[in-house]
Design a protein around this ligand. Structure first.
Ligand code: ATP
Length: 293
């Protein structure tokens, strides 16, 4: 764990200690430590146009094959949904792309099509919200900027928090929020991070149906032009949002045709509902095959 005493938010380490170090250390570890000390103009690399992701290889944990060999391309500026049975390695794949998985060995290549490093160009919204319990909602959303020594953009944070429906909750700490509200704070924080590659791990799973469809629309709007890789268990979500649908199983990754209309698709769009049904049928088959092994 790198020391963080030079970070602009001086109280970060102390607060972590006070709270028993309960917050996962990985929240902003996608930033190389040296990046915290770079002059502002060097941050240009993080604003590059969205590249494709080229992934090829196998992942191993403790000498056991987790998944692979697999080979896939995540389209530049496109929204790719990754589905598959629990435990097949979807989260691991996201964490590997984000450079956050120190325990899994990946034999192969994880590259951007522009040949620039991935480090610092990804934003990951993890399955757990990773909110700092001692910071209020606004400060959680602004934490990334503070850690990088940038002037926090309070006006933008207020706008994004307004868009995710949390304007009335900005001064609350996470313990005073519902699960769905916490997930919206985490979403707001990810949307504040201006990265060309965005990795979302079941970002809408804790939301009620109405809020979920609203947050899906908002996220598509705000991440337009980014390369998005989203893990989801929800065929309806994939059918609404995906430019590309990928199914990950123990035997590899295959693609599934999305509906022809552009995303986000209407929830009652006929082609979208058809794709949702076909996808669910395929996932049921996949799960049954896994269970019969
Ligand atoms: N820290 C860890 N130590 C050991 N094994 C782990 C660890 N994290 C994950 N695994 C194992 O790695 C495999 C892949 O896990 P991963 O979380 O990537 O799956 P997933 O497809 O995202 O599952 P889910 O859909 O349930 O979130 C699983 O078998 C899991 O048990």
């Amino acid at each position: 764990m790198p020391t963080r005493h030079a970070l602009p938010l001086q109280s970060y380490d102390n607060a972590r200690k006070r709270h028993g170090n309960t917050t996962p250390a990985t929240l902003f570890d996608d930033l190389p430590v040296s990046a915290f000390h770079r002059p502002a103009q060097d941050w240009g690399i993080y604003m590059t146009p969205a590249p494709s992701l080229l992934i090829s290889g196998s992942a191993w944990f403790d000498g056991t094959l987790l998944f692979g060999p697999l080979q896939l391309t995540i389209g530049a500026g496109k929204w790719t949904c990754l589905l598959g049975p629990s435990g097949v390695g979807k989260t691991t794949l996201l964490r590997l792309v984000a450079g956050l998985d120190a325990v899994t060995r990946f034999d192969g290549h994880l590259n951007a099509s522009d040949d620039l490093p991935l480090a610092g160009r990804t934003a990951l919204m993890a399955q757990s919200d990773l909110l700092m319990p001692w910071l209020n909602v606004t400060d959680n959303v602004l934490l990334g900027a503070r850690l990088r020594g940038k002037t926090p953009d309070h006006a933008r944070a207020a706008r994004v928090l307004g868009r995710v429906g949390l304007s009335d909750h900005t001064r609350k700490t996470p313990d005073a929020l519902s699960g769905g509200q916490r997930q919206r704070v985490a979403l707001a924080r990810t949307l504040m991070e201006d990265r060309p590659i965005v990795l979302l791990d079941e970002p809408f799973s804790a939301l009620d149906a109405r809020t979920r469809s609203q947050m899906q629309d908002l996220t598509v709007e705000l991440l337009s032009g980014r390369t998005v890789l989203m893990v989801t268990h929800d065929p309806a979500e994939a059918a609404r949002l995906a430019d590309t649908i990928l199914i990950m199983t123990e035997t590899g990754i295959s693609s599934f045709p999305p509906p022809p209309s552009p995303a986000p698709r209407a929830v009652d769009d006929g082609e979208t509902l058809k794709t949702q049904g076909q996808l669910l049928a395929l996932l049921r088959q996949t799960t049954q095959q896994d269970e019969s092994v």
